[in-house]
Design a protein around this ligand. Structure first.
Ligand SMILES: [Zn+2]
Length: 180
């Protein structure tokens, strides 16, 4: 077995999972097919953990349990939008617009930067008494700093997490399917 297919769910592994869970093989393939549909939408969910966490914290800070962060792609032919931009309705919602053809890597950086603006206006203001940031403040450098920290933290998280997942999967499946 080569390294490239260690994580692939081939028929042999599906049968092992089916046996372990006491389910017919058809259940495994049905759930796999349903999951593939959900997975298609995941491509759009960049920085989902960061957005979700920030959104939850802002629900508390703004005392609005319906506070929402929305990420909205805009048709690529709209020439008014070459990079991302954000709209904030205070204490209600924050919308980030981006051209739909933006490359994933650039999009992550842009989203993290835009979230930095929101962080400064709401979260940073909540902990800093002597400074006050609003839409008119020059929050560009600090938003970029926030974005950098968020992306670096995320990369770090996934590097550690992948190693852990590798050992869990490897430990669980190696006894039965991997032959070294
Ligand atoms: Zn900005």
């Amino acid at each position: 077995m080569t390294k490239s297919n260690e994580f692939e769910l081939d028929n042999e592994k599906k049968q092992i999972i089916a046996n372990d869970l006491g389910l017919p093989l058809s259940n495994i393939t049905d759930v796999e097919r349903m999951y593939a549909k959900i997975k298609r939408g995941m491509k759009e969910q960049y920085l989902a953990h960061l957005i979700r966490t920030l959104e939850n914290q802002l629900k508390e800070i703004t005392e609005n349990k319906f506070f929402q962060i929305v990420v909205q792609p805009v048709p690529a032919e709209d020439e008014n939008l070459e990079v991302s931009c954000a709209e904030y309705v205070e204490k209600c919602y924050f919308v980030i617009y981006y051209p739909e053809n933006m490359h994933g890597r650039q999009l992550r950086v842009q989203l993290a930067h835009e979230l930095g603006h929101l962080f400064l206006i709401e979260c940073f203001n909540a902990i800093k008494d002597n400074e006050h940031y609003d839409e008119k403040s020059n929050t560009e450098p600090l938003s970029t700093l926030f974005g950098l920290l968020a992306i670096m933290d995320k990369n770090d998280y996934y590097i550690k997490k992948n190693i852990k997942i590798f050992y869990i999967l490897h430990g669980k499946l190696s006894k039965k399917t991997l032959h070294y």
